[in-house]
Write a protein that binds this ligand. Structure first.
Ligand SMILES: [Zn+2]
Length: 340
């Protein structure tokens, strides 16, 4: 039995040096030191040896057991350290790296311009009214003095959904809806999208944003219109700019005018954006046409009104010196982050 003990010790030492994982350790422990392991088996075998040999062999078995437990514990600790080191290497953290800043979004430049314009108009006494994007031909054209086959309809290429339904080509469609729903004084703005069946290029797109303003009451005059527009644009784009008014034509106003402001970029001295003229067109306007008032059920002898509309993308382009309207809808973060 003495030789058997020596042999077991050698096998134990050899086996221990080959262990690498926790699973190896567990299996090895059970084989040698478990309740049914080889060393426990020796204790059982001890019962069969002659009594005079029992004390010596018993001591040898106990010594082997202590030795095995001690060396197993050391090997196990060593393997734990190696496994830990390996894990730390794969999960290495560089504490000197700069932290990651959370990305904070900002308003889209078109929305920022729209919100700013709406806020100013609210402060000037207008209330906000919304109208549907999908509009009837009547509200978008016919009631606004564009009779069928009128050549003015060619001014705005239209997306028709059915013969009578279309995507509104201008927010001026709010006019008839307001006159149908309420009585003067009417003092509203309608912000939102409108749609044109046009070729997409740097200057035009199939959809863009407009704000239309409408004021109907007794004794509303062209002078009121011009002074209101001047006050609004000076608040929106700068009080140091000058304004000029030119005659123009829109079917739903009489007279029609167009509003120019001195160029935001060159302040009137001439640049490529204003085509060296020093002036930029910012809005179309006019006095509500008597036919339109009649269509809205109003007495055009008693009431007068003014209306004006402006494209928000165009204003944002002028304000920020952007030369391509397509940039607004390309979702290029390099472009958008400049405004956040
Ligand atoms: Zn200019």
């Amino acid at each position: 039995m003495h030789n058997q003990l020596q042999e077991l010790k050698r096998t134990f030492i050899q086996g221990l040096s080959a262990l690498k994982t926790r699973k190896d350790l567990e299996l090895f422990y059970n084989e040698f030191l478990g309740r049914k392991g080889l060393i426990q088996q020796l204790m059982q075998d001890l019962k069969a040896v002659p009594d005079d040999q029992k004390p010596l062999l018993g001591k040898e078995i106990n010594d082997l057991k202590s030795f095995a437990e001690k060396t197993f514990k050391e090997a196990s600790d060593q393997i734990d350290v190696e496994l830990q080191n390996k894990r730390l290497q794969t999960e290495k953290i560089d504490l000197t790296l700069p932290g990651r800043l959370p990305l904070i979004g900002g308003k889209h430049p078109v929305l920022a311009m729209l919100d700013k314009a709406v806020d100013i108009l609210i402060s000037m006494g207008f209330s906000v009214q919304l109208a549907p994007d999908v509009e009837s031909d009547y509200h978008n054209f016919e009631s606004l003095n564009y009779p069928p086959d009128h050549p003015a309809r060619d001014m705005q290429d239209t997306f028709y959904i059915t013969q009578d339904l279309l995507l509104r080509t201008h927010n001026t469609s709010i006019q008839m809806r307001m006159m149908e729903a309420s009585q003067p004084p009417i003092r509203v703005i309608c912000p939102g999208k409108c749609f044109r069946n046009e070729e997409i290029n740097a200057r035009s797109h199939v959809f863009f944003h407009q704000i239309d303003a409408l004021y109907i009451d007794k004794d509303v005059s062209l002078k009121d219109l011009i002074s209101t527009i001047e006050e609004f644009f000076k608040k929106l784009i700068g009080s140091d700019l000058s304004m000029r008014v030119r005659g123009s034509y829109f079917p739903f106003v009489e007279p029609g005018i167009e509003i120019d402001f001195s160029c935001l970029l060159c302040k009137g001295s001439g640049c490529s954006v204003c085509k060296q003229s020093g002036w930029l067109e910012v809005a179309g306007a006019g006095m509500v046409h008597p036919e339109v008032l009649k269509n809205g059920g109003l007495d055009c002898e008693l009431y007068t009104g003014y209306a004006w509309g402006m494209g928000i993308e165009r204003l944002a382009m002028l304000q920020y010196g952007i030369n391509d309207i397509r940039l607004f809808t390309q979702n290029d973060l390099r472009f958008l982050r400049q405004f956040s």
